[in-house]
Every structure is written in C-alpha cells, then in structure tokens.
Write a protein that binds this ligand. Structure first.
Ligand SMILES: NC(=O)c1ccc[n+]([C@@H]2O[C@H](COP(=O)([O-])OP(=O)(O)OC[C@H]3O[C@@H](n4cnc5c(N)ncnc54)[C@H](O)[C@@H]3O)[C@@H](O)[C@H]2O)c1
Length: 259
C-alpha cells in the first residue's frame, strides 16, 4: 500500500499507460484523478477502479489549457484533498518528415507534450505545497534520448522534457517536490497501433503492419515490446518513497532500445 493517503492526477488517464498507472496506484491505496481529452475513456477507467473498491475520479482535461488545468486540480482537491503525485502522460505525434510537418502539427505536438507538462506543473505545485511535497513524473520517449530524423515536433518536445524536468526538479526541491522523466521504448499501445486524432497512424506507421512491429522488436534487445504495465511499475517506483532521493533524472525503461 505504497500510495495510501496520496492523491494523483494522471493525464491521458483514459489511455493505455495512464489507465495502467491509475489501476496500479489505486490498488496500492492511492486516490486517482484520471484526466483526459476524452472524458468517456477516463470515466470508463474510473468506474472500473471504483467497482474494485478503489478511490477514483474522472475529468475532462485538455492539457494545453491552463483554465482546464485549474478546474482539474480543483476537482481532485475537492474530492480527495491536496494533490501529491502528477503523471504527465498526454502526448501527440504526427509521424511525418520535417518537410511535411505543418505549423499546426508542430503546435499540437509541442503544445501537448511540452506546454501541457509545463502548465500541469504550474497548476499542481500550489496543491503539492499544501500537501507538504510531491512527485511530478513526465512522460519521455526514446526521442528524449536520441531525437533524430522523423517528426521534428516530437523530437523537440520529448527532448525539451529533459530540460523541463531538470528545471522543475531544481526549482521545487526546496518544497520537497521531486520531478523525474520516465522514457519508455516501444510500448504496445494505441499511440503506435491505432489511428487517433492526436496520434494518427496508417499502414505505413501502425504496428498492425508486421513490418513495423518487427522493426520495433528488432530494436528492443530484451526481445519483446513493452506493455503499459511495465511503464506503470516504473512510474510507481518513481512516485514511491523508494525513490526519495531521485530527482531531475531520466529513467529509461526500454528493454535496451536506447543502447
Ligand atoms: N506507445 C509508445 O510506444 C510510447 C513510447 C514512448 C512514449 N510514449 C508516450 O506515451 C504517451 C501516450 O500514452 P499511450 O502510449 O498510453 O497512448 P494512448 O493513445 O493509449 O493514450 C494517450 C491518451 O492521451 C490523451 N490525450 C491526447 N491529447 C490530450 C490532451 N491534449 N489533453 C489530455 N489528454 C490527451 C488521449 O485521449 C489518450 O487517452 C505519449 O506521451 C507518448 O509520447 C508512448
């Protein structure tokens, strides 16, 4: 029961990795607010957690909006008390080349990944101060370690999180608030499998295409793609007292893909 008495806001809480974090934190006593652009997806997860006796709440949140952040923090605080864990999962990507990436695509990717995490940190820190401290976990990627050709917004956003994480860690250590980046490798989720408005995939990019699946597998030395629970366990470690002296760092959880 590592999260007894603790309150978490989880963005992308209706998605694969966010919902896995919600289930795990709630199963260990935490109260979780699942916040997502798609409130129906978040509600489904919250209902499932509540049905098992967990403490959960769903709310709509577009992480690019500071007013929606204020409402989400207010909802979580009113229901459960001050927030002391923030998981910034929400992300976007358009898998096109530099030449093909439009300003609108760039704005959506960087707005969701980088500005969204920045706004989230600003929105929860006052609540974390009331709680006496907290942990902020940003969602990185292999692109946080080795951004390269491919979607420029994604590389810039995920590499930018390295700096944002260190900035928040250095700024708020005095408030007993830690900030850590967790960078997954290839995780079998709708983000790389399905055709979502925030992360479109077609046959040329989806892991439904065996060639794409095999390419990602070949790039993972431990021999299988990760799943959402692998990453939820890393988030839980970082959020727990076992990681009490971990801050500002980038925890790579990738089956060796970044080697
Ligand atoms: N799947 C992978 O291989 C992989 C690898 C590394 C990092 N990531 C990162 O993980 C995150 C995606 O999580 P997932 O793989 O569980 O995908 P997912 O598609 O299952 O979940 C993403 C969730 O984010 C929500 N979302 C999108 N835009 C939002 C916004 N503006 N505000 C609030 N919520 C929003 C979606 O509605 C969805 O529920 C992204 O940050 C992505 O960069 C994924």
């Amino acid at each position: 029961m590592r999260f007894q008495g603790r309150v978490a806001i989880i963005t992308g809480g209706g998605g694969a990795m966010g919902s896995a974090q919600g289930r795990l934190f709630a199963s260990e006593g935490g109260a979780v607010c699942l916040a997502d652009l798609d409130p129906a997806k978040a509600k489904k997860v919250a209902d499932e957690i509540s049905a098992k006796g967990g403490r959960s709440l769903a709310c709509r949140l577009d992480v690019r909006s500071s007013s929606e952040w204020a409402a989400a923090v207010n909802a979580a605080e009113s229901e459960f008390g001050p927030v002391n864990i923030l998981c910034n999962n929400a992300g976007a990507n358009f898998r096109v080349s530099f030449d093909e990436q439009t300003e609108e695509m760039w704005d959506m990717i960087v707005g969701t990944i980088l500005t969204g995490s920045f706004l989230g940190i600003k929105a929860v820190v006052p609540s974390m101060r009331k709680a006496g401290g907290g942990v902020i976990i940003n969602m990185g990627s292999l692109a946080s370690v080795r951004p390269g050709a491919g979607s420029p917004g994604y590389g810039a956003g995920k590499a930018g999180l390295v700096g944002l994480t260190r900035s928040a860690a250095a700024s708020y250590a005095k408030d007993n608030i830690r900030c850590v980046l967790v960078s997954p490798g290839h995780v079998d989720t709708p983000f790389i499998r399905s055709d979502n408005p925030y992360s479109p995939n077609d046959w040329s990019t989806s892991i439904d295409n065996p060639d794409n699946y095999k390419r990602r597998l070949a790039n993972t030395p431990l021999g299988h793609l990760l799943n959402a629970d692998d990453i939820a366990k890393a988030f839980a470690f970082v959020a727990s007292e076992d990681a009490a002296m971990v801050t500002g760092s980038n925890l790579i959880v990738d089956g060796g893909a970044a080697i």
